[in-house]
Design a protein around this ligand. Structure first.
Ligand code: MN
Length: 498
């Protein structure tokens, strides 16, 4: 597509979700970027402006406001052209300029090897803590770069792809951006594991081809059942699983593709939460659900905010099919996660309150950043930080019903420190769903956990370090140990001051 055609398409996309958008700003941003990048070419030989346009289109897919779209169009201007952040600010105001500056900062990486990896990770964490919108634009930027890797040398291809797989995709996942994560992974997969990519692709294609007619039939039956039950405005469609996540699932299942039930899941999208449960009832009325495979992520959303009903049923001819049921709004949120908080919605503006509750851990990241100002400390804590952010999350309840989210395999000690340092320092055991358990027992999603403390306890046991998972718990336990040694030295050597 030619740049002007892409621009027209972009405007159409925005008009689709917000007819009242500030189209003048979008046009000015396009013209500004086009002039600034005049004469520059991509490695693929295309005019450079194609890249900011593609970035902006991905942002428009997420239904984002024009400030973010404009920043997407302008994101490479300060870095790669004669125009500066100040020029952008003069023309588009401080918010757009700040976003451009943030993206430029994330992009500037000077090291190589492991240092490069660390610097990269650190910059992403920092950007996330400062303004999540920067990271969202960065994903759109990276996605287009990944999709146009052909033009660059193989070594750089591999590096960019690996970085996307190891840093960008897990962060996208953590931010609930399932669709973006899947696209980042699939685009990178090809370059990082080419053989496995081909193998997975071939297998999935064969399997999907074989099941195509079957699923069409099931979709037809589902539509009819919903219609008969007077459910209105529903949408039933098939959803192909992303390749990289399929590959990982295959590895877990001895590479046996027949055992992956959700290779092709069916999705039912309905207007309201009530309709979701009604639809679930209709599906179960037709086909018997598999035991233990009904998941209500509406009553108990995943820690990354994901909401949906899942069920796997013995379908026509005894075949196994997974259904995912959700509202339009939940669907948008499931695909684009945190970006959906800024997304324009015709029915209502998303409440700011939702944002703050969901990105609690993002602000905690900012604290950790501050704490770890020197490189050595950062390196030492890197693994813990990665666990805190990248590992799958579980959510547990306090006896009062508060939801606390933690990395998978966290223990009562992790929870205790997450609630309060004093509770961590004085905990002795825990009750999980009313059973007393030891402090090293891994918690599971949905557990109700009560921490039992003893005021007289002198402080944490250094042995806890062997099983706690979170950076917070580890650093508090170490801190206490260090303070203890310092006090002890002072006690033994009375003359020693300071
Ligand atoms: Mn770029």
């Amino acid at each position: 597509m030619k740049p002007d055609q892409m621009y027209e398409r972009l405007v159409e996309m925005i008009r689709g979700y917000n007819p009242q958008a500030d189209f003048d700003k979008v046009q000015r941003a396009y013209v500004f970027a086009k002039i600034a990048h005049e004469g520059q070419k991509r490695a693929t030989g295309e005019p450079y402006i194609i890249h900011p346009l593609a970035t902006a289109m991905t942002l428009a897919e997420m239904r984002l406001p024009t400030t973010i779209i404009a920043a997407g169009l302008l994101h490479d201007v300060p870095e790669d052209t004669a125009r500066t952040v100040e020029d952008v600010e003069k023309e588009f105001g401080p918010d757009v300029a700040k976003l451009c500056e943030g993206i430029t900062k994330v992009g500037k990486i000077k090291y190589r090897g492991i240092d490069r990896y660390i610097e990269n990770l650190r910059k992403m964490f920092l950007a996330m803590a400062e303004d999540v919108r920067v990271v969202i634009i960065k994903f759109a930027d990276r996605l287009h770069n990944l999709e146009t890797l052909e033009g660059i040398p193989p070594k750089k291809q591999y590096r960019v792809a690996l970085e996307s797989l190891e840093i960008y995709a897990p962060i996208a996942n953590r931010l609930g951006m399932g669709e973006i994560r899947g696209r980042l992974e699939d685009a990178a997969f090809k370059y990082v594991y080419p053989k496995e990519y081909e193998w997975t692709k071939k297998n999935v294609e064969t399997s999907t081809r074989q099941r195509h007619g079957y699923l069409d039939k099931v979709m037809g039956l589902t539509r009819k059942a919903l219609l008969d039950a007077d459910l209105k405005d529903y949408d039933v469609h098939g959803r192909a699983k992303h390749l990289y996540s399929t590959y990982r699932k295959l590895l877990k299942n001895n590479r046996n593709i027949a055992r992956i039930y959700d290779l092709m899941a069916l999705r039912i999208i309905v207007p309201s939460v009530g309709d979701c449960y009604a639809a679930l009832g209709i599906v179960h009325g037709h086909w018997t659900p598999l035991k233990g495979r009904i998941k209500d992520y509406m009553a108990q959303p995943k820690p990354n905010g994901y909401r949906s009903l899942h069920t796997t049923v013995f379908c026509e001819d005894g075949e196994i099919v997974e259904f995912q049921i959700r509202t339009h709004e939940m669907h948008q949120a499931a695909e684009y996660g945190i970006a959906a908080h800024w997304a324009y919605s015709e029915t209502k503006r998303n409440k700011v309150k939702d944002i703050s509750t969901n990105i609690d851990w993002v602000s905690q990241l900012a604290d950790i950043q501050q704490e770890l100002s020197d490189k050595k400390a950062y390196l030492d804590s890197l693994e813990e930080l990665k666990i805190d952010v990248f590992r799958d999350r579980i959510f547990v309840f306090t006896p009062k019903g508060d939801v606390i989210d933690l990395p998978e395999d966290s223990t009562p000690v992790d929870l205790a420190y997450k609630v309060h340092t004093d509770i961590g320092n004085t905990c002795t055991s825990a009750k999980v769903n009313d059973d007393v358990v030891s402090l090293d027992q891994p918690l599971k999603s949905g557990d109700i956990v009560e921490i039992i403390t003893d005021k007289n306890r002198k402080g944490p046991n250094p042995d806890w370090l062997k099983y706690v998972k979170t950076h917070g718990a580890k650093s508090k336990i170490r801190q206490y140990a260090r303070a203890g040694i310092a006090a002890w030295i002072k006690g033994v050597i009375p003359g020693l001051k300071k």
